[in-house]
Design a protein around this ligand. Structure first.
Ligand SMILES: Nc1nc2c(ncn2[C@@H]2O[C@H](COP(=O)(O)OP(=O)(O)OP(=O)(O)O)[C@@H](O)[C@H]2O)c(=O)[nH]1
Ligand SMILES: [Zn+2]
Length: 354
């Protein structure tokens, strides 16, 4: 195993030299659980935590390591290491943090290409594909659509589904496959290049784990857990979330990939709904919301059937989610600022009184 097998490249090596990180070892975060990280190097895996300085300078959760990150570490015993620095992230897939409005949570970093997996039976839903697509475009991750479980439907039905997808989503490759009879798996493999990192996005039950098993050398997914002793004498067991695939690609399979909410996804929405975006230039009002305005080019196009109505409705829904996220962030900032002011005044007051 070399670092290159894990996706290390000259860009990262240049950064290491530039920042004088030569005295540290380099590894990739392959799992995270409650601020304990498993970092894989070319030699072994370490249970790791971050150094105090990294914690104190962190502005929010996104400054903490995440699965997929490259990190500089120092070994402090055979099994454990300290994380001193996180290398710059090429891409970041993040979502609205569960239960914490206006906060982001990183799901995985440094992903080159995402497979958006959907099953052709009950799960099939183009709006959901558009949602994952928006997430990909927001994070600069190249998308590929996989329609799985094609063994469950007939050829004609499949053809119809593919046409439907391609009518609404242009310029994204669509692969049809089955884990059951292995049809189409080789088409998935064609997209996987050595040293590049991939992930599977999709709802529960669409066949992601089965597919990653089929793509990886060994069936390690659900069976293989690793146990790492911590400095506190505890044992942490965690699933490996990063796999090396048969043809040298790296696959991140992370539980967070199942439900991914919209954050500040301006660029993602623009790319996913490019037809709507292009048309909106023809609306009478510059700030047209394409809902109630007169002379709205988007509404006209929906009425003429030029834009699919469910695609339009999906766009409006995600736009609202995006706005909700942004408003919450703005309100939070204001609150934090007011709180900061209060502390400052309090300190001033204290100085005066003493
Ligand atoms: N008929 C059929 N069943 C499949 C196919 N792929 C997966 N399955 C079945 O679908 C079920 C769910 O598959 P998983 O691979 O666990 O799905 P998942 O997306 O990983 O689900 P989560 O782990 O909950 O996110 C299992 O019973 C699989 O055997 C397929 O191509 N055809
Ligand atoms: Zn409009």
């Amino acid at each position: 195993m070399t670092l290159e097998d894990l996706g290390y490249n000259s860009e990262l090596e240049n950064y290491r030299k530039e920042k004088n990180l030569d005295s540290f070892a380099v590894g990739r975060v392959i799992s995270e659980h409650k601020e304990r990280y498993i970092v894989k190097t070319d030699e072994k895996e370490y249970g790791s935590e971050i150094i105090g300085n990294l914690r104190f300078t962190a502005k929010d959760r996104t400054d903490f390591p995440a699965v997929g990150d490259w990190v500089a570490i120092s070994e402090y015993n055979d099994n454990n290491a300290l994380i001193h620095a996180i290398f710059p992230r090429k891409t970041v897939i993040e979502r609205q943090a569960v239960g914490k409005h206006g906060e982001k949570q990183i799901i995985a970093t440094n992903i080159d290409c995402a497979f958006i997996v959907q099953a052709v039976d009950r799960d099939f839903n183009i709006s959901r594909i558009e949602r994952y697509l928006t997430i990909c475009y927001t994070s600069n991750v190249a998308p590929v659509i996989i329609l799985n479980k094609i063994d469950l439907i007939g050829e004609a039905e499949l053809k119809e589904l593919v046409t439907k997808v391609q009518q609404r989503i242009k310029q994204v490759p669509v692969i049809t496959m089955s884990n059951e009879n292995m049809e189409g798996i080789e088409k998935v493999n064609e997209y996987i290049k050595k040293g590049e990192t991939y992930c599977l996005l999709g709802s529960s039950g669409v066949g992601k784990s089965t597919l990653s098993n089929n793509l990886s050398r060994k069936s390690v997914m659900k069976t293989d857990t690793i146990s790492t002793s911590t400095n506190k004498g505890r044992h942490v067991t965690s699933h490996r979330e990063l796999l090396i695939l048969e043809n040298g690609g790296i696959l991140i399979d992370n539980p967070g990939m199942r439900e991914v909410g919209i954050t500040d996804s301006e660029s993602g929405l623009k790319n996913t709904f490019d037809t709507i975006m292009n048309l909106s230039r023809k609306c009478r009002f510059k700030d047209c919301t394409h809902t109630i305005e007169i002379d709205c080019a988007v509404i006209s196009a929906v009425e003429d059937g030029e834009i699919d109505r469910s695609s339009y409705e999906n766009y409006l829904k995600m736009e609202r989610e995006k706005e909700h996220f942004e408003t919450t962030v703005a309100e939070k900032r204001k609150k934090d600022k007011n709180f900061g002011k209060m502390i400052k005044n309090y300190k001033k007051q204290n100085l005066k009184n003493n």
